[in-house]
Design a protein around this ligand. Sequence first.
Ligand code: MG
Length: 371
Amino acid sequence: MRAGGGLAKQWRLLGGKPVLRWAVEAFIACGAAEICVVIPKGDEARVSSVLAGLPSWRATTGGASRADSVRAGLATLTGSAEQVVLIHDAARPFLKIDIVRSLLDALADADGVIPALPVADTIKRLDAAAVTTVDRSQLWAAQTPQAFRKGRLLRAYADWSAASPPTDDAGVVEADGGRIVIVRGDPLLFKLTNPEDFAMAEAHLSRTTRMGQGFDAHRFGPGEGVWLCGVHIPHDASLIGHSDADAGLHALTDAILGALGEGDIGDHFPPTDPQWKGAPSDLFLRHAASLVTTRGGRINNVDVTLICEAPKIKPHRQAMRERLAEILELPLDAVSVKATTTEAMGFTGRREGLAAQAVASIDLPSAPFAG
Ligand code: MG
């Protein structure tokens, strides 16, 4: 897999995920035994960070030309000459397993297989003299990945002697007398080339809706007020806790972490860590929201229920909604705060403490064909 040069598109975020990571994840999903990412010299730390946690990949430094980079990648592969190699441009993030299957099937009778699409637009040739129309009936636009057996591709590269660099690998095998077969490509395999291509790719992403729920309770102790949903309410007691004991914000933070599958508030902010002593809990909620953003997601709505006999919540509900909307950067109608008593039953009924529960709905991006 080639990853080009400079701070290039392969490192940029698409749906919160680096473009390269989309491509590598696609190959892992297809069952690739080994994946070599060819990177510019100096990008070793960046690729480690971008592909952190993924199996089966290694990186190697590319050469001065495209051909040198492909050779460098091939040199890292451990299989025999019969090993099937797919060479892919990392700037094509949306690779379906169906394409890989058809490439592998067709490789049984060919020296190389490429996905390609018939050219739909009328093609014009512009030269010094005039504009002329090109017959497009036999023209195809080549995509990647392109499939070969390793030994055949190495031989073709060894024999490559043309003055101009090859623009794809099939071209090298063609020049070496190899038989190239086309399988039907995929419009979603388009290459991110211009800035507007990123907007188009974002628009193609699917969104998966997730739910999470959270619950928290804190005990009353001596004091003159409580923090609830980021709002201070005068009261004849306060809530005891390591931080500011804002059960509303804690339950909501856990709801968002739950939707992300990211554990709970204690995993992210251990109560044993003295730096969170007395901490304002909007910090925890902001952190959970930032994890949603980091993954290219968005919060759809949140709903909090506060459970206590006192203090009375109703006079503060609107301020709480406004505060949550501000912290989460959500419209007010996406934020709900409700309150109930337990009719004098249980620990909240006995006014020993109060409880909060929350749900959050988030959308996370996924590949356009992953549903
Ligand atoms: Mg708590």
